[in-house]
Design a protein around this ligand. Structure first.
Ligand code: ADP
Ligand code: ASP
Ligand code: MG
Length: 813
């Protein structure tokens, strides 16, 4: 004998019932089978609703009832040949009339007891099972309908009744013997007490009904037919990479379902486990998929962790006090108080000092629990030996489940560090004594992220996801997106890195794509995005709470630079092309660096100096490996190098500057380059990274731009430079007369920094520097005379974008 159970989706409509029918008929040749069915998907919820509406005096319940009746009539009409319809249709009408009478009673009394509620919701399974029975009959199958209420006997805990197995097992066997049918059909979920009143087994209880039948009949197998291809490594609605678990032990399955894997109702496993009956979870809509086989002992495979699940609506109760230390009986009194009020304790932790004890319960039980505990400890609370109960809500439990965890140290360490790296705070921890389960209590707002983080850490070690938010889509930002689009597949194939662009914004529009933006037409998508605003962009990033998030600032905007701290404290890394933060006041620079450390995030700004050249990275590597930076000599302005390499008086200075701007080398306001500020920022950043506390005013600037050039707009500036052509020509001539080139040089020497125009002679290291190139000479303990040199293009959108790109990838290191 086989027992099969078809869930709500599997019997939701005529087409799905036909699909389920095919599975039943395929078994028919192999012997007897008993088929348990749920109500048509969604019907139980609607029945609960009409009960509530009627008891609230809301007459609209009648309309809902009509739709329920119509849905069943339509399903029967579609399933059955006309000649077979009348009996079934009148059965449906009769049941719906009865239901209507009950609801009318509720409506008149405006009272809904748990007993009446069970009566109302029992119609869902009664109707579905009778329709399916009629359907199989119409196919000439030798079938018989069994009334589960007559064979499954329970106590009178309506809504969540406890089964009397002795009587039930006997009645089931008698009922089956009474008929020589090949297919028995039975409604799931419903049962009755000793007085014959209808009871139910708890939401999702049809799985349990099937297990009760299977155990009583000593079935060969229990098949749970549902709408997913087995128990999965995590809830597939949350984790897109969740995959079916082929084999799992009873204990693991029980633990996973207990901790929220809805695919199996938790009490289901016990009866079949006792009888060692295998349970096979299969997909009605993909019957050839293997599904999940739940069976005795350790299942195959090397997976340490079998699955991850979670439960919401958790409240944490903490009882603390010096009066608890060393005195036995405190926890006993706590649990007795809770048990007395039927409060189910889901998780317990006690500090080893015995100073506090913490239990997790369902949020719905909070008030009951608080009253009970405060009453039980009234005496101790009033004399101050115990603090009043502390209550925290909006929590969830996240659990890792696996039989093999037992013999492997380090799993909880991995779990907590993966959560910690992603800024998820853990409120309480428990490890079952079986070591089959490690659970942590976290904020509900973090639970989806937490499940994904753990799934990635334990099941997708091969792939790491990076969620990137980009602010600023000018020259560099656009190039960055081009480069990422071109490289995404390579990163996936070769670095196992799934780099997704999850949000972009410029000053006009912003756009989010939680599953990653399709980069082929991001411009059009952005044009259709919402109106941009910085605070909205930042708060949306934080609210999304995606794991491994990176904020990339490709603007030159001070407001954008001012949001980094908000992101870092949420463990969101910051990659800045924008120099403003790293060159702001030292305290701010330092604060951002320490926030990054404290919250396990990265704060990277390699492109602040030398665009894509590895300047800061090289400096950091030297220091990390124990070297000391004594002196730096550098040409750090691509703009100025371009300008002085191209200016020889044959065309006006202002024109050369304009050309540098047109080619995209300058800051939006070129005076930041020409006036030396940009170079000062860069040498200051290097000095800071070399370990110095230094501010802008500590840097000497021997500028060459006449003071009047700083007045007015950028256009005014170009005009003013024309007026000073003689000045620029004189600078050039003075250098040329000595066979020297003009270079705007930044120096750092034993803690002091300066910038200014210098005459560079041909034998100097800085002389052969062309185009818009940069050069940095590091003189260190290990490179005392011949400096370590970093040289190359130091400006331009392409190289800058590639430097930003490299920082983004560095975040995953
Ligand atoms: P049925 O109506 O067939 O009893 P349920 O809706 O009760 O089906 O359970 C199946 C659903 O459980 C799936 O559609 C899936 O969304 C959800 N689910 C949650 N966690 C898991 C998990 N770990 N594995 C598989 N499904 C899960
Ligand atoms: N129909 C019931 C419910 O929705 C039982 C079940 O489907 O398992 O809870
Ligand atoms: Mg279910």
């Amino acid at each position: 004998m086989k027992v099969l159970k078809f869930g709500g989706t599997s019997v939701a409509n005529a087409a799905n019932i036909k699909q389920s029918g095919k599975i039943i008929l395929k078994n028919a040749a192999a012997g007897k089978q008993l088929v348990v069915v749920s109500a048509l998907g969604g019907i139980t919820d609607q029945l609960i609703m009409i009960g509530q509406m009627a008891s609230n005096g809301n007459e609209e319940y009648k309309t809902v009832l009509e739709t329920i009746e119509k849905r069943h009539l339509d399903t029967a009409r579609e399933l059955l040949p006309v000649t077979n319809q009348s009996g079934c249709l009148s059965m449906i009408k009769q049941h719906c009339n009865e239901l209507e009478d009950i609801c009318e009673g509720v409506f008149r009394l405006q009272e809904l007891s748990l007993r009446t509620k069970d009566r109302i919701i029992s119609f869902g399974e009664l109707l579905s099972s009778k329709i399916i029975s009629a359907f199989l009959f119409s196919l000439d199958e030798h079938e018989a309908w069994i009334d589960s209420r007559e064979v499954i006997k329970t106590n009178s805990s309506f809504g969540y009744a406890a089964v009397d197995f002795n009587t039930t097992n006997q009645l089931i066997n008698e009922a089956v013997k009474q008929s020589d049918a090949l297919i028995y059909i039975a409604p799931g979920f419903i049962s009755s007490n000793a007085e014959g009143q209808t009871t139910t087994l708890g939401r999702g209880g049809s799985d349990y009904t099937a297990a009760i039948f299977a155990a009583a009949l000593q079935a060969d197998v229990l098949e749970i037919w549902t709408d997913v291809s087995g128990m999965m490594t995590a809830d597939p609605r949350w984790v897109s990479n969740a995959r079916p678990i082929a084999h799992i032990s009873y204990q693991e399955a029980m633990e996973l379902s207990h901790f929220g894997a809805k695919v199996i109702y938790p009490p289901t496993i016990q009866p079949v486990m006792n009888k060692k009956i295998p349970v096979w979870v299969k997909n009605t809509f993909a019957p050839d998929d293997y599904g999940t086989l739940i069976e005795t002992g350790y299942a195959n495979g090397n997976d340490m962790i079998r699955g991850i699940s979670s439960i919401n609506h958790i409240t944490l109760l903490s009882l603390e006090g010096s009066g608890m230390v060393g005195i036995p009986g405190f926890s006993k009194r706590l649990f007795e108080a809770l048990a007395h009020e039927h409060v189910n304790v889901i998780l317990i932790t006690q500090s080893s000092s015995e100073h506090s004890i913490c239990v997790a319960i369902n949020t719905a039980d909070t008030d009951k629990a608080k009253d009970a505990v405060d009453r039980a400890f009234e005496g101790e609370i009033s004399n101050g030996r115990v603090e009043p109960l502390v209550i925290e809500t909006d929590l969830s439990i996240i659990a890792l489940v696996g039989d093999k965890m037992k013999s492997h140290p380090g799993i909880s360490g991995n779990m907590f560090s993966a959560l910690g790296r992603n800024g998820i705070n853990i409120r309480a921890i428990a490890q079952g004594s079986s070591e089959r389960n490690i659970s942590a209590v976290i904020a509900t707002s973090d639970v989806k992220k937490g499940v994904n983080v753990l799934h990635e850490a334990f099941f997708e070690a091969v792939y790491k996801q990076l969620n990137v938010f980009i602010a600023g889509l000018g020259n560099v930002g656009s190039k960055l997106l081009d480069q990422i689009a071109q490289q995404q597949q390579y990163l996936l194939d070769n670095m196992k890195l799934q780099l997704r662009i999850t949000g972009i914004a410029n000053s006009r529009k912003m756009l989010f794509a939680d599953e990653g933006l399709n980069l082929s037409n991001w411009k059009e998508q952005l044009d259709n995005g919402e109106k941009s605003n910085l605070n909205g962009f930042v708060s949306s990033i934080i609210k999304r709470n995606l794991r491994n998030s990176v904020f990339v600032d490709v603007t030159a905007n001070a407001d954008v630079a001012s949001v980094y701290d908000q992101l870092l404290v949420k463990s969101i890394s910051v990659v800045a092309c924008n120099k403003i933060a790293a060159s702001s006041l030292f305290d701010n620079y330092k604060k951002l660096k320490s926030l990054a450390g404290e919250y396990n995030a990265s704060f990277l700004f390699e492109t602040n100096v030398g665009a894509g050249l590895p300047v800061i990275g090289t400096l950091n590597d030297l220091i990390k490996s124990g070297d000391k930076i004594n002196r730096i000599e550098a040409v750090l302005s691509g703009t100025l190098n371009f300008v002085f390499n191209n200016y020889n008086g044959s065309q006006p200075f202002t024109k050369v500057v304009k050309q540098a701007q047109d080619e995209g080398y300058t800051e939006p306001d070129p005076r930041l380059d020409l006036g030396g500020t940009d170079v000062m920022r860069k040498i200051m950043i290097l000095a800071r990274e070399a370990g110095n506390q230094i501010e802008m005013e500590d840097i000497a600037n021997n500028g060459f731009l006449p003071a009047s050039c700083f007045n007015g707009t950028v256009d005014d500036f170009y005009k003013e430079m024309e007026n000073h052509e003689g000045h620029f020509k004189a600078l050039y001539d003075a250098a040329a007369a000595k066979n020297c080139k003009l270079k705007f040089v930044a120096t750092y020497n034993e803690g002091k920094a300066a910038v200014g125009l210098q005459h560079i002679s041909p034998e100097h290291n800085l002389y052969h520097l062309y185009g818009k190139d940069n050069i940095v000479l590091f003189y260190t303990n290990r490179y005392p005379e011949q400096p370590l040199v970093v040289k190359g293009a130091g400006a331009g959108a392409d190289v800058t974008a590639s430097g930003v790109f490299a920082d983004i990838i560095r975040v995953t290191a």
